[in-house]
Design a protein around this ligand. Sequence first.
Ligand SMILES: NC(=O)c1ccc[n+]([C@@H]2O[C@H](COP(=O)([O-])OP(=O)(O)OC[C@H]3O[C@@H](n4cnc5c(N)ncnc54)[C@H](O)[C@@H]3O)[C@@H](O)[C@H]2O)c1
Ligand SMILES: [Fe+2]
Length: 369
Amino acid sequence: MTQFHGKTKICYGRYALETLEELPSTSAFVVTDPFMVKSGFAEQVTSHLERRGLPHLTFAEVEPDPSLETVMRGTLDFIRSKADLIVALGGGSAIDTAKAIAFFARKAAPDLPRPLLAAIPTTSGTGSEVTAISVVTDKKQGVKIPLNDELLIPDVAILDARFTRTVPPHVTAATGMDVLTHALEAYTSRENNAFTDILAVQAIRYVFSFLLKAYQQMEDMEAREMMLLGSCMAGMAFNNSGLGLTHSMAHALGGQFHVPHGLANAVLLPYAIRFNSFDAGVRYRELARIVGLPHSNVEEGTSALIGAVQGLNEAMRIPARIRDLKVEEAAFRAALDSMAEHALDDMCTRSNPRRPSLTDIRALLEQAW
Ligand SMILES: NC(=O)c1ccc[n+]([C@@H]2O[C@H](COP(=O)([O-])OP(=O)(O)OC[C@H]3O[C@@H](n4cnc5c(N)ncnc54)[C@H](O)[C@@H]3O)[C@@H](O)[C@H]2O)c1
Ligand SMILES: [Fe+2]
């Protein structure tokens, strides 16, 4: 049996924030990062809670690549707050933290009713507002731990592109390449289906049409809106299809060297496409046709797609190699074996179109160096 699951109610556009005034809850716990408080974005969100007379507490300690320690502090604060609504405001890091808080609170206090979870993304990247995944970093071990559970899927996603207008170009670039990687990996996954394909293809079209515009013109609201929709669509796709080897290697590299998630994907994606092309070449050729690239045969389509990914990276000043990501060579070589092992064990490897061996992954990481 083939299945497509989409639990999250998606509200988007100019008045989408008003959804917060309609949720059945009695008090709210807002999870966000310090930038959202400083920029006034958090206040824009809480003003809607206040309009309804809803008491609220704000936990604004989220850092990029949220740590287990932050999640545990947030979980304790949340349980004490007795709130029945969690509002996540921020990039993937804030949304993942909020989801992990809801998850661990449920484990720690199973008698408490499950809170409603509303996610408001401020980057066009992870798609975390619709996925069952939360990535938490164990900073002591230097590894990213992906939690995957139905409990983590937000009930409501609120997409308002005005929150993404302030994303600086280098973050727009990295998070946008994360969207492209989600969509490409969903489309070529072993577990793709007709529904995930449609969402992945539309996300890929949006990225090729609008990412560079959003990067070059921060205030291009059409580009911002389309990237936010594309990010959510790619999230819906990969939540059902799973991802692939680019993500497995990016998790290993990011856990070890704190390379931002989207940047790690952007650098590794061309190498992974080439590696996968033996099994997924026909699919890459289809994508090349869809986005208007040369595609007279599988080789030409695959190469054109790799060239287009590299072209986007270059135009957004994303390096082509790991060595240009402020990673020290000796440390990289020392960590190669353990990164390859982590990538092989990563859940994303299961849905990769080509089954890699440990040696394959090690060789790919070396190639990307
Ligand atoms: N849950 C999932 O399905 C999923 C998928 C992929 C990645 N992830 C995880 O998500 C995290 C990355 O999330 P991200 O790429 O969205 O970045 P992020 O949330 O870490 O944010 C990156 C930086 O951008 C800033 N920022 C966010 N929104 C902004 C705005 N509107 N204006 C200005 N600055 C803004 C943040 O303050 C932060 O400093 C990683 O931990 C990654 O592992 C999760
Ligand atoms: Fe990702």
